[in-house]
Design a protein around this ligand. Sequence first.
Ligand SMILES: [Fe+2]
Ligand SMILES: [Fe+2]
Length: 324
Amino acid sequence: MMTVQSIYDLGVQLAINSDPRGKAVVRAELLRYKADYEKLPASEKKYFDKEYFTNPYSDSRILYAPNTSKPVKRMFAGIDADEAELLLADRLGGIDLVMGHHPEGIALADLPAVMGVQVEIMHQAGVPVHVAENLLDTRIAEVSRGVLPINDHKAVDIARLLKIAYMSTHTFTDNLVATFFADLIKKHKSSLYYVGDVMDLLMTIPEYQIAKQQKSGPCLYVGGLRRRCGRIAATEMTGGTNGAKEMFEQLSRAGVGTVIGMHMREEHRKIAEQHHMNVVIAGHISSDSIGMNILLDEIEKRGVEVIPVGGLIRVKRFKGKAKK
Ligand SMILES: [Fe+2]
Ligand SMILES: [Fe+2]
């Protein structure tokens, strides 16, 4: 029997296991948070989010729970789960938890803190670590200013008044989809010659087949299907939000020919084009769904009924019956 807390703990564990930086680096980071906390004066300690001692992902948190040890028999899971989904959960009744991928509340306010993971992704793609870090710092500052005016606690207020447990699992599942892609590219590397081959590979994934039926399937964003794909990097999958636009020049110089992403701003697209990249946009909601589905399979296997809402394209990858 899973509880709100054990679902959250499972999310932390899976995210750490699939973190591009590796488990040892993440564990060291958790210790650093603890050391930072110890050094704070008492007046500042009360503002420190102690979840950082065990969960390094600032955008993935329990936002509200009347009782974290309450068993969860049935839950909502959405890509977006906010006021509407919380009200629907109350109206339908019998929903013990509402989980949304895109962050709300403190998970949204602190989203920029998770972007550091992108340094490692760029580094693995061949960009020197100091260059990646420097470019990303500017972008993190920009995103930090961007989240300032948001009324991020609005949906959390609804959860509190309805007494429904509410959780954001953003980087928890974006790490899962990033690893999914890294493994997929590695496995099929020898058969990927043209950009078109990359598109064909994406279309073997059920979430993208469903998205295509919904007219939001993978698309070629920059480059040509008959161009050679070169080295492929799925750089735009995890790490909070889109990275620095200057990164495309660095990736191109580092020998990356094709980038796979979930979504891309127009400004970024133009820069990628200037630097001769091919860009395949796999799809936002469908790609987020892959990551959520990997976590949700683990939750369903443990006997929880998952009801997809908020745009989630639910595809189950496990065989056999869920344990009740
Ligand atoms: Fe995501
Ligand atoms: Fe997303």
